[in-house]
Design a protein around this ligand. Structure first.
Ligand SMILES: Cc1ncc(COP(=O)(O)O)c(C=O)c1O
Length: 423
């Protein structure tokens, strides 16, 4: 049963029914992977695009890393358990998910820190150009890091909204910084087209893959991307605060210089020379001692994504979001809710954004039905459909709960309007 035939059937029947969702689940080739994750009973977890679920294998892996490696082999583990290679090893695995070569990706720090390094690296590779061009409404850390560099006098930030942004690329632009899948709307940029536009005017393209990696089949090298960063804790299921990754295209590795010259980015860290000599390749973008336990968790999450297969995940993610949007398609007419995400599944990431003036309270009210989504200020309800462990019945349940919250105006209850620190 394809989504299209299910939807056609549903149209004939005049509604989208639970049994259709169940038939889609029964035909889902990825359905067996849900049991590889810890998920609380009775909860439909629709925030895997913010914090991925816990793979069961991670519990054992961390137990081993703590008890046998750290606890038993202690410092010898840097060699014996090859802790020292973890940033490059996990980077090479992530490379296979984003259309990169194994030696083009390394894991370290946070996405924000990696943005700092790669933006400065890009500016240095385009001497005579000072402008970082990005979009208003980009994920705040992208804007804040670029603004921070501007405050240090290291660049000038220019903002322009895509697609008009292309016209703002001139001879002053060193680097175009774009997020592939928008954190709110889930709109996916045409990576090949924007990269080509940057190149045609002599600029570099730096992509933030935080909401794409592990959910969409990204092809950095086919698109000609120069630099990229992305999160480990979303669809890669690396755990809260998992380290991030950075990509430096091979053709730039001779020229790229990391602005943070820590000892782990040195050509020979254990030579303990006074003088800094950068490591060849992307390893130079390392800075300090790798977070070994966090890397062990991330590696387990990445291994699972690779086992499931990125093409299958991307196909299912599109089917899930399409199915959910069909299920809620009548709500716009009467509830004050509007769909922000693109209608075309190929232009969408694996989450869905819905706008409503009371989105915060609606999100809280959904949790009373066991539906975990998140709220993005000022008025967006975001629901993530992580294809590794979310099914069509989950999507149906989320749609049914949303309908009920809106119809019964349950979001007006005071308990759903209490603010929390993290949304
Ligand atoms: C697009 C995007 N970039 C960057 C980040 C933040 O990255 P980090 O917390 O690793 O610095 C996020 C977090 O949600 C994000 O959505």
């Amino acid at each position: 049963v394809t989504v299209r035939s299910a939807v056609a059937l549903a149209r004939r029947e005049g509604h989208l029914a639970l049994d259709i969702a169940r038939r889609l689940d029964a035909a889902d080739p990825l359905r067996g992977f849900r049991k590889r994750f810890h998920l609380p009973d009775g909860v439909v977890y629709l925030t895997g695009n913010s914090l991925g679920a816990l793979p069961k294998a991670t519990v054992n892996r961390l137990h081993r890393a703590i008890r046998a490696e750290w606890g038993q082999d202690l410092i010898d583990s840097w060699n014996k358990h090859d802790w020292i290679s973890a940033p490059a090893r996990v980077g090479a695995k992530i490379a296979s998910l984003i259309g990169a070569e194994p030696d083009e990706v390394i894991v370290s720090d946070s996405t924000s820190m990696n943005l700092f390094k790669l933006l400065l690296g890009a500016l240095a590779m385009r001497p005579g150009r000072r402008v970082v061009l990005t979009e208003p409404g980009n994920f705040p850390t992208n804007l804040y890091i670029a603004d921070g560099l501007q405050r240090l006098g290291l660049c000038e930030v220019r903002l322009a909204k895509a697609p008009a942004l292309v016209d703002a690329i001139d001879d002053d632009v060193a680097v175009v910084l774009l997020t592939h899948v928008h954190y709110q709307s889930a709109a996916a940029h045409d990576m090949a087209a924007f990269t080509e536009a940057a190149h045609s005017r002599g600029a570099l393209a730096l992509w933030d893959l935080s909401h794409s990696v592990g959910a969409l089949a990204v092809d950095l090298n086919v698109c000609g991307a120069d630099l990229a960063v992305g999160c480990g804790y979303k669809y890669l299921n690396g755990g809260p605060g998992a380290p991030a990754f950075q990509f430096v295209g091979r053709r730039h590795q001779g020229e790229f210089r990391s602005p943070i010259t820590g000892w782990m980015g040195h050509a020979a860290p254990f030579a303990f020379d006074d003088e800094y000599v950068p490591a060849a390749g992307v390893r130079q973008a390392l800075c300090g001692t790798p977070p070994v336990l966090a890397l062990a968790a991330l590696e387990t999450g990445v291994d699972l994504v690779r086992e499931i297969g990125i093409d299958g995940l991307a196909t299912k993610g599109r089917a899930l979001t399409s199915f959910f949007l069909q299920c809620v398609s009548d709500l716009e007419a009467w509830s004050g809710l509007s769909v922000v995400s693109p209608v075309d599944a190929l232009r969408r990431g694996s989450h869905v954004a819905l706008r409503h003036p009371d989105a915060f309270a609606i999100c809280q009210a959904l949790s009373a039905y066991g539906i975990v989504g998140d709220f993005r200020a000022p008025d967006v309800l975001r629901l993530g459909f992580a294809p590794a462990y979310i099914g069509f019945e989950d999507s149906w349940r989320a749609a049914a709960a949303l309908r009920s919250v809106l119809r019964e105006q349950r979001w007006k209850e005071p308990r759903f309007n209490e603010k929390r620190t993290v949304t």
